[in-house]
Design a binder for this molecule. Structure first.
Ligand code: PRP
Length: 205
């Protein structure tokens, strides 16, 4: 049995469609239900629907043999997994964004709201900028509007959320896309099956 961790939500749907195209489908996935585990007994695979930010943990610990996760999560969580393939979708950027009329005050630490504390710390350390980081779990764009932070560090896909909240990108830091990852020991012991899946996906990408 190969356990596959899929991120719930937009990225997960795209990834599931890929698996469906290579013949690894599960009829139950298409049903309107709240199940989190779906099997295809004939193909000997099982899909696990998990929070996007948890995919790395499931794969690192071996609860899932393989999974798909955004590079943003890999950079933030740094799980001990093999990164086998860039799927080339789920593209976005890590960016610093702030109010359209933002003027930085270099006399004090910059206050940054983000979901990605580690990525933010590494970035601002790399440019030697003192910061106060504020961890939020979503709707980050609200923080500078309310004066909770000066700027945000977040992923930007279409830029619509920024635009509709009167914010703009100040600096682009890094390109992000979906990555196919594998548990290190699964990659060794279930290599044939995992490579078969990787190759089939490569063929249709
Ligand atoms: C992400 C991200 C931005 C938005 C960017 O949030 O944190 O808020 O998408 O997308 P856009 O550039 O296409 O507008 P998500 O939708 O995952 O929700 P969240 O606020 O709960 O993190």
């Amino acid at each position: 049995m190969i356990n596959i961790a899929l991120p719930k939500g937009r990225l997960g749907n795209k990834v599931y469609n890929l698996f469906e195209k290579i013949g690894y489908e599960s009829a139950e996935m298409k049903e309107d239900n709240r199940k989190l585990i779906f099997e295809n007994e004939e193909k000997n695979i099982r899909f696990l629907l998990v929070k996007p930010s948890d995919v790395g943990v499931y794969v690192e610990k071996g609860s899932a043999d393989i999974g798909v996760v955004g590079r943003d999560i890999l950079l933030e969580e740094n799980p001990d997994v093999y990164e086998l393939m860039d799927l080339g979708f789920g593209k976005c950027k890590f960016s610093i964004a702030g109010p359209v009329d933002f003027k930085e005050n270099f006399d004090r630490p910059l206050v940054v709201a983000t979901k990605y504390l580690n990525v933010a710390k590494n970035y601002f350390d790399s440019i030697n900028r003192d910061v106060e980081l504020i961890k939020l779990n979503g709707s980050i764009e609200i923080a500078p509007i309310l004066g909770l932070s000066d700027v945000i560090m977040d992923i930007v896909e279409t830029g619509t959320t920024l635009k509709e909240n009167n914010l703009k990108v100040l600096t682009n830091i890094e390109d992000i896309s979906a990555r196919f990852v594998a548990n290190k020991s699964s990659y060794r012991f279930k290599n044939k099956k995992i490579e078969e899946i990787v190759n089939k996906i490569k063929e249709i990408l």
